[in-house]
Design a protein around this ligand. Structure first.
Ligand code: MSS
Length: 363
């Protein structure tokens, strides 16, 4: 058997047993460790890094961290200490990797083989980006995108155009974008982008740029690789390019988290989580027979807003046998999860309910 991988130093504070360690840069939450809470405990939250984590030194004097704001009437640097005086908000939103569910694609999509655990629901605290832009005179003419640059120093020899984590999202995301210094009521850990992170609630993980050092309102999307050709949805076998859809708004999705393999006969509580991306959820249904018959399940706990996920529960009376347990969420615009998946080269955005089900043996 393979030696269980240990946690890298920068993530040593995480709960090892709650994580599947794919590599030193990629760890997902175990399906049964997702829990029934409205917020994912920080020490269980997944990690996905494209580059080595910056040194601890960058979180030693948090308020002194400077972010450069460009594409506004009065551009310039601003420190976290100053940002804290401009405004503050706490927003619960799902952080989910674009490739969450990649392991279910049969064509062997390249990249980390995430199952369901490259996702969690986080309470972010920071200043709404629109307050910052307003304080700096408003957007410059022609601004179409919010472009955020990560604060990693590139390892020697890497071409910035190939390696820099820099992402552009459309200006419509200004409504909810947050420059966050807090996570789950604590200073934002370095592991998750401290001291300052761009958070775009409702958008896939990659757009939530960590250790953000520059935010620019730009006329065009950045031409770095992570924007131009990576995180682009296209058919299997096709190369990524800027004309293909980028991984921006998340789609409606859900999955069962417990029980996963076996249960005793009689009454069983079936738990899971559901998210609507940028749209509030309307309902969640569960089927015990692979989608033949559906029952309405119940959302559990407080509603933390459209960008948060909602745990759900269904009480089921089960006699011995085998069950295919699947869940299907519908958002307030009437979008439901499809049964199948949309095959695509990199295995992005999988929200098909069938692949996300579990087979439960009741005895
Ligand atoms: N940022 C930076 N700076 N860097 C990196 O690498 N990554 C991405 C985001 N951001 C990065 C960033 C990704 S890709 C993801 S998912 C996220 O992040 C994650 O998070 P965490 O905190 O969990 O680690 Mo896919 O779509």
């Amino acid at each position: 058997a393979e030696e269980p991988k240990s946690l890298p130093d920068y993530a040593a504070w995480k709960e090892r047993n709650a994580l599947i360690v794919h590599s030193a840069n990629t760890m997902e939450t175990q399906r049964d460790a997702i829990g029934q809470g409205v917020i994912t405990p920080s020490d269980r939250l997944f990690i996905r890094n494209n580059l080595p984590t910056p040194p601890e030194a960058i979180v030693e004097d948090r308020d002194a961290w400077e972010v450069q704001i460009e594409g506004v009437k009065n551009p310039g640097p601003i420190t976290i200490g100053e940002l804290k005086k401009l405004g503050v908000e706490t927003v619960a939103s799902v952080l989910q990797c674009s490739g969450n569910g990649r392991a279910f694609f049969p064509h062997g999509a390249g990249g980390t083989q995430w199952s369901v655990g490259a996702a969690g629901c986080v309470a972010w605290t920071g200043v709404p980006l629109k307050d910052v832009v307003e304080a700096m005179g408003g957007p410059a003419d022609g601004a179409e995108y919010i472009t955020s640059t990560g604060g990693e120093e590139l390892p020697e020899g890497l071409d910035p155009k190939q390696a820099t984590v820099e992402r552009s999202v459309p200006m419509r995301a200004m409504d909810q974008a947050l420059l966050a210094w807090g996570m789950n009521d604590e200073p934002l850990p370095l592991t998750h982008g401290g001291p300052l992170r761009m958070v775009i609630p409702g958008y896939y993980g990659v757009n939530n740029v960590k250790y953000v050092q520059k935010v620019a309102l730009t006329e065009a999307q950045t031409d770095v690789k992570i924007q131009a050709s990576s995180y682009r949805v296209r058919d299997v076998g096709v190369k990524g390019s800027p004309d293909q859809p980028s991984m921006w708004e998340m789609n409606v999705k859900s999955w069962v988290t417990s029980p996963l393999e076996t249960a005793g006969k009689g009454r069983t509580m079936i738990y899971g989580v559901a998210l609507g991306g940028t749209v509030a959820l309307d309902k969640i249904e569960v089927s015990l027979d692979g989608g033949e018959n559906w029952q309405q399940a119940r959302f559990l706990g407080p509603d933390l807003g459209p960008f948060a996920w909602r745990p759900f529960v269904l009480a089921a009376d089960l006699s011995p046998g085998e069950y295919r347990v699947v869940s299907k969420a519908t958002d307030a615009d009437g979008n439901s999860q499809p049964e199948g998946r949309t095959d695509n080269e990199r295995g992005y955005g999988h929200n098909g309910w069938s692949d996300h089900g579990v087979t439960l043996v009741v005895s």
